[in-house]
Design a protein around this ligand. Sequence first.
Ligand SMILES: Cc1cc2nc3c(=O)[nH]c(=O)nc-3n(C[C@H](O)[C@H](O)[C@H](O)COP(=O)(O)OP(=O)(O)OC[C@H]3O[C@@H](n4cnc5c(N)ncnc54)[C@H](O)[C@@H]3O)c2cc1C
Length: 397
Amino acid sequence: MAQAVLRTQVGIVGAGPAGLLLSHLLAREGVASVVVESRSRRHVEERIRAGVLEQQTVDLLDEAGIGARLRREGLVHHGIKLRFSGRTARIDFAALTPGRAVTVYGQHEVVKDLIAARLAAGGTIVFDAEATSVHGFDGDAPTITFSDGTQTRRIECDFIAGCDGFHGISRPSIDAGVLRIYERTYPFAWLGILAQAPPSSEELIYALHDDGFALLSMRSPQITRLYLQCAPDEDLGKWSDARIWDALHTRLEDTSGPRLNEGAILQKSVTPMRSFVAEPMRQGRLFLAGDAAHIVPPTGAKGMNLAVADIRLLACALVHWYASNDASALENYSDACLRRVWKAQRFSWWMTSLLHRFDADSAFDRRRQLAELDYIAGSRAAQTALAENYVGLPLDA
Ligand SMILES: Cc1cc2nc3c(=O)[nH]c(=O)nc-3n(C[C@H](O)[C@H](O)[C@H](O)COP(=O)(O)OP(=O)(O)OC[C@H]3O[C@@H](n4cnc5c(N)ncnc54)[C@H](O)[C@@H]3O)c2cc1C
């Protein structure tokens, strides 16, 4: 049926930050795309996930013309705090990585800004449309088949961007034997809440306590985001609001600082912790980006930033191909991304190992963790290493 076929240059599976940003960057250079997204617009705009943007993520969104609200409403942070053994060490980004900072701005706000920009420019995002297969990417006529609930439709395109996250269909569609998988799971998860309460600290606080990890973060001057280390299969039903606040007070407060502000809990969730990389991030004309290719535990705040970094490279490589028919940047895409991905993997694993209680914690490991935190607190060199990774390594690092 003619009406069931859409023709475009780049077919994009997934309207998370990766897929939407790719569509936006391509459109600015005159390359057409269609995005298919299995969930509704409302769902993706309200999905609470990451919220710490590296400097270069902010700069890219600005350069791409979608940074106005981010600049207005984002909270620029020049440091973070580490809390352990009843004391607090501050990592001063401004002093250690001159001119660099991170910005706290929810991922769902980035997604809203990107959707608004695409729709205002006449872009096509098909919501409530689940991609069921990707085909033909080993040749030069790839297709995406999707269902919009009433009919099955097909996108014919030159390239497919698999931006459909960890549970999408793109990565599993790559031929057996092409991908090599590197994976680590952790014996804990994060119980996260969003609370209607002003943050009790202007900066993020990462805490290691005898009861486990806790993190104080924020989404706005009125909304606090808080996390507690919990079991991977934690039953949220066992966590009353009172129990959550008790645990947060115990793990996050020290004797000298202000009390944690409590407020209505707007949302509760459990986020699993995983390190995962699929190599290479491509087969033929199918390119993987963001969580479809790699997952980091959220401790280093790298997930969305890595997705944005992948897309910067992929958008440039595709635009270059359309301008000059030169495939060298596309050929180099996977290697260029993976150099950065592995550095972010290392940092995210290190932060996670430093700040969580492990199942098999021995008294030796516990003392070692505290000694490392004490070392960081007293060493400018150690603080610099943490700071330069946290604000984000240069794109070509
Ligand atoms: C539950 C959760 C909580 C997180 N919390 C944090 C956090 O607190 N801090 C932090 O730093 N990072 C966090 N992250 C990581 C960060 O949010 C991700 O790295 C980021 O979302 C990656 O963006 P992406 O566009 O690659 O993937 P996604 O944002 O996952 O987007 C993929 C999109 O593809 C769609 N899709 C999937 N399959 C199909 C299909 N077959 N057809 C069509 N569409 C499809 C999905 O609905 C989704 O909209 C979290 C991730 C998750 C999953």
